[in-house]
Design a protein around this ligand. Structure first.
Ligand SMILES: [Zn+2]
Length: 254
């Protein structure tokens, strides 16, 4: 039974039998790893609370021949991200970032960029004020490093630099459209030039230092619409926690 050791973050868990749990980790060396934590729900669990959602630690797991499900042997907690868990909204956004990684990444494909991004996303969540904007930056960076990067600098059809103040964003075609090419996707919503520039900025900005930028309500509304549609289209998944928190946010802004 080969044993592996790696840095890992708990991105999902669900009950398994009376006393056990299946834990989904995102790991630095193996990408997404699904493993059974036996006895974790029992009264004398040797794991304590270390395997809670969003926790980071050193994972030791064993592999079994011809079985996808691994077994958690040890988990040495290194960061419980208390700064996130002390706040309900930050926790909800943290769960969303984890859910997004779980939805986009498949098992058996390691991407250290995704692991670093998740760590930076959680670090940012403990510090920045505009956590919705942090989620947009996280989405863009995750799309970029997993190969879904939307085209923002030039028209996705004719490659011209978009000439006017108002652009459109085509989910289906994968980026912005200039005025001459809008007929290629009549459903593409408007994206203000400022919102497009903000997306380009978020793509290269360090998530921990996001408070240097101010986003208007229009920016927030447009980025949320464009990116949620883009993610749903490319992952073919509806992200439950995103719908919940963004609905909550839009009702608070009214
Ligand atoms: Zn064009």
């Amino acid at each position: 039974m080969p044993v592996q050791k790696t840095d890992a973050i708990v991105i999902r868990s669900y009950p398994f039998g009376e006393f056990h749990k299946i834990i989904i980790f995102y790991t630095s060396d193996f990408g997404k790893v699904r493993a059974a934590a036996y006895g974790v729900r029992g009264p004398k669990s040797r794991f304590g609370g270390s395997l809670e959602l969003l926790n980071r630690g050193t994972l030791v797991f064993s592999e079994r021949p011809n079985k996808d499900l691994r077994i958690v042997q040890e988990f040495g907690l290194t960061d419980a991200f208390d700064g996130i868990k002390a706040d309900y909204d930050r926790t909800t956004y943290g769960c969303y970032l984890a859910e997004l990684v779980n939805a986009i990444e498949s098992e058996h494909s390691a991407n250290q960029g995704v692991f670093r991004l998740l760590q930076h996303g959680f670090d940012g969540l403990t510090r920045v004020n505009d956590i919705a904007l942090l989620a947009r930056g996280f989405e863009l960076k995750l799309l970029d490093i997993t190969g879904f990067a939307p085209q923002l600098s030039q028209c996705v059809v004719c490659s011209s630099h978009p000439p006017r103040n108002t652009l459109r964003f085509s989910t289906r075609l994968g980026g912005v459209l200039c005025d001459d090419c809008t007929h290629n996707d009549s459903n593409a919503p408007i994206l203000a030039r400022g919102s497009c520039e903000l997306m380009k900025f978020l793509r290269r900005c360090d998530l921990v230092h996001l408070d240097r930028v101010q986003a208007s309500r229009l920016n927030h509304r447009e980025l949320q619409l464009v990116l949620s549609r883009f993610i749903s289209y490319h992952t073919e998944l509806t992200l439950k926690s995103l719908e919940l928190i963004e609905d909550l946010n839009s009702s608070q802004r009214m």
